[in-house]
Design a protein. Structure first.
Length: 770
């Protein structure tokens, strides 16, 4: 842990903050660096005076005054004339403050807001708006509201200079008006960079006037609305009706709208991979070894996803330089992000042009060819007055001069290689800050990829991790990312982003030592009131929903329940009755037996807060009995519960590129003649049935007899869609205590599969013994 980080923030402020302030609960997210409580309140009224020093300050103030006009019918007009005594709000320049810092002093008579420039004044007003009743964000006149804020002193500055949010508008095209709403919501959280992922295999979203084909062809894909990971590639001649793009006039409006909210828009133009949308429009930019027609992909794309720009074709660089020229004209940002991630080099290995370039440039392999490609374009961008950003794969070779690296793989550790070479970097780890992951118990969440990334996971992420002090000095900040594979509307995007963005904003802005999960939740509850007023489609229930673990225990089942919020009560019934605030209070694990059902939920002050969890185990002779296996989580196969369609919901044994062996101890000799094995099929994730399954029985656990076996051909074990399969094995009635199950790996995915030539996996969730 870096001990000097917080004190560096204090030094930059230039304040005497080492003494702890008087504790005060204020409903502001992100939490200010320093708050000292006062006595009483300042109350706004129709005669409140607003004093500004400049037109730019007036412009910053106008959104708040407009809110007062709508919600309170106060017709405020800011003035540059210094008001005398009485109820007033005063803007005051203080050039000693850092660029984004502000002081907010509130007493009963006045509010003084100090800052050195527009950013500080904007953030100060943002804080003031959160201190007000949430009705200030109402869209209609509200009566009987006291427009008061507490008397206090705030001295605030952000922890990180880069507080970013990436929005993938390639896989799901976000209409301009909805994107402007997102920008407005980012500003509420003091986010100062919007990274637009404009280019990917699934759509080119930016008008380039020199190449109209990019938006005539590259912005549109075939109509597919099944899960992203299961979408088949288009066939020739199929209509391309889904998509859209931003005109250059749209971009100017977006950039201006963001700038007025202190947000810099960073464009990302992917290269050399994730570019099929442009290659569908300009197929001559592919390697000559690519024989199949290239189409904009509706989903993952299978082997098509390995089609990338030809590194040995000079036309590729002419094209990219032309694109960059127009991007520079549209985006005033000092940065251009060039991607650089996940470049499969299968075609480069076979391409005579690429191999000739490797030889001519004195390179050793295709990895160095990518570094050469990226450096060539980075030099062009730098020569035109811009700085380069890129994903952490850029550290696999020579890092472009002056490039800022985004650490995304794992917990972002690959970016530390950039720091070791003196490059600035930004932490955006997939496991902590990717909002595509599940934000609550998966049984209640819409389908997406991977595992959990809850509100608490985001809040408890610490960017510095185990990095050294030398590495930390190159850390510019952090970024949250919304990849949009599973987004099909603006509302779905908002659901995935909020309120997790609130937790993110706090780790991006607030001092590390000020982190307080319970305090954050109190402030978040006020912020969600603002979400309601502003119409933000946030996830209301995820943070209140229940996690469960059901495990075998001597023939019965042990039930454990938990919630990420410590400020709720868990109430449950044994039975189908909906729980109430008077139901049994959960105080620890309990057991259930055959025929019993659990209904549980979270409550605050007797009010239902989350969704009702229902556990209805299907008992059989294996249920409740211990499983011995080297595979993690193996006890789920005897807990009586089928998993959901999400294979990471905790109810599956995950066998990636392998088979498995499981022994169930029935604890006494029993007779049975039928065994069922339950599996999930998820075509888009190459989750399929095993290649073989064999059942053995033993009375003593030493000598086993095979009673049933089955080999499954590819056509039997691989099917499309997401569904459960139960493989049933019937045999002569057998006596035994121990049941052994052997599963064969599902194998490598065949040609034509959406993940062809990739290893398959088995998701095994239950055993039925009858």
């Amino acid at each position: 842990m870096i001990k000097l980080k917080y004190f560096l923030t204090l030094f930059l402020l230039g304040y005497s903050l080492l003494a702890q302030p008087n504790p005060i609960d204020i409903s502001v997210v992100p939490n200010p660096a320093y708050v000292r409580s006062g006595k009483g309140v300042f109350e706004f009224n129709s005669d409140t005076k607003w004093v500004v020093e400049s037109e730019s300050q007036k412009e910053i103030l106008l959104p708040l005054l407009n809110r007062f006009r709508i919600a309170a019918n106060f017709q405020f007009i800011p003035d540059s004339v210094q008001a005398g005594l009485g109820n007033k709000v005063v803007f005051k320049s203080n050039k000693a403050l850092p660029a984004e810092a502000y002081n907010l002093s509130i007493n009963k008579e006045s509010i003084i807001l100090e800052a050195s420039g527009e950013s500080g004044f904007y953030y100060g007003i943002t804080t003031l708006m959160q201190l007000l009743p949430s009705d200030i964000f109402s869209h209609q006149l509200i009566s009987d509201v006291n427009w008061q804020v507490p008397c206090l002193k705030i001295e605030d500055t952000p922890r990180f200079e880069y507080r970013g949010f990436m929005l993938d508008v390639s896989r799901y095209f976000m209409p301009k008006e909805d994107l402007l709403d997102i920008i407005d919501y980012l500003a509420l959280h003091k986010i100062n960079y919007l990274h637009l992922h404009l280019v990917d295999d699934n759509g080119w979203r930016l008008e380039i006037k020199k190449y109209p084909e990019l938006t005539d062809i590259g912005a549109w894909r075939a109509d597919r609305y099944n899960y992203f990971s299961a979408r088949q590639n288009p066939v020739e001649g199929e209509p391309k009706t889904v998509g859209g793009f931003y005109s250059q006039e749209d971009i100017k409006e977006i950039v201006s709208y963001a700038a007025h909210r202190q947000i810099e828009v960073v464009p990302e133009i992917e290269m050399p991979a994730h570019t099929i949308s442009s290659l569908a429009a300009l197929p001559h930019l592919t390697c000559p070894v690519v024989e199949e027609p290239v189409n904009v992909l509706p989903g993952i794309g299978g082997s098509q996803s390995s089609v990338i720009y030809c590194a040995g074709n000079d036309s590729v660089f002419t094209f990219l330089e032309d694109v960059i020229d127009e991007v520079i004209e549209m985006f005033p940002s000092e940065y251009i992000h060039i991607g650089g991630d996940e470049a499969w080099k299968d075609n480069w290995e076979k391409c005579p042009r690429c191999q000739a370039t490797i030889k001519e440039e004195g390179l050793h392999d295709e990895e160095e060819l990518q570094a050469w490609f990226v450096n060539k374009m980075s030099n062009y961008i730098r020569q035109n007055g811009k700085k380069v950003m890129g994903w952490d794969e850029l550290t696999n070779g020579e890092i472009p001069e002056g490039a800022t690296i985004f650490g995304w793989r794992g917990m972002g550790e690959h970016a530390l290689k950039a720091a070791d070479q003196g490059h600035p970097f930004i932490m955006t780890p997939a496991r902590a800050l990717y909002f595509i992951r599940y934000q609550g118990p998966q049984w209640f969440e819409p389908f997406t990829y991977f595992g959990d990334n809850t509100l608490r996971d985001v809040y408890e992420y610490e960017p510095s991790g185990e990095m050294t002090g030398a590495q930390y000095q190159y850390l510019k900040g952090i970024q949250a990312c919304l990849w949009s594979e599973f987004v099909s509307s603006p509302e779905e995007a908002q659901y995935l982003v909020f309120p997790r963005l609130a937790a993110f904003s706090e780790i991006a802005w607030s001092p590390e030592d000020a982190k307080d999960w319970k305090g954050f939740l109190t402030r978040l509850d006020h912020l969600t009131g603002i979400y309601e007023k502003k119409g933000i489609g946030y996830s209301k229930y995820s943070m209140f929903n229940l996690y469960h673990t059901v495990s075998p225990q001597d023939g019965d089942l042990k039930v454990e329940l938990s919630c990420i919020r410590p400020d709720v009560e868990i109430r449950y019934n044994i039975g189908h009755a909906r729980p109430t605030g008077e139901s049994q209070l959960y105080q620890g694990p309990f057991t259930i037996r055959e025929g019993q059902v659990v209904s549980a939920a979270t409550f605050q002050n007797g009010k239902l807060k989350g969704r009702v969890l229902r556990l209805n185990p299907r008992f059989n002779k294996a249920t409740g009995h211990k499983v011995v296996s080297s595979e993690p989580n193996s006890n789920v196969i005897t807990n009586g519960l089928l998993g959901s369609e999400k294979m990471t919901d905790g109810e599956y044994v995950d066998l990636y590129d392998c088979g498995g062996e499981f022994v169930i101890d029935l604890e006494q000799i029993q007779s049975f003649k039928k065994v069922g094995l339950s599996f999930l099929n998820n075509y888009g994730r190459s989750v399929h049935l095993p290649s073989s399954a064999t059942i053995f029985v033993s009375k003593n656990g030493n000598i086993y007899q095979e009673v049933a076996s089955r080999e499954l051909a590819f056509r039997e074990r691989i099917s499309e869609g997401i569904k459960h399969h139960v493989l049933w094995f019937n045999f002569n009635e057998t006596d035994g205590r121990f049941l052994k199950i052997k599963l064969g790996a599902t194998g490598i995915m065949p040609d034509g599969h959406v993940l062809e030539h990739k290893p398959g996996r088995i998701a095994f969730d239950e055993v039925f013994v009858e």
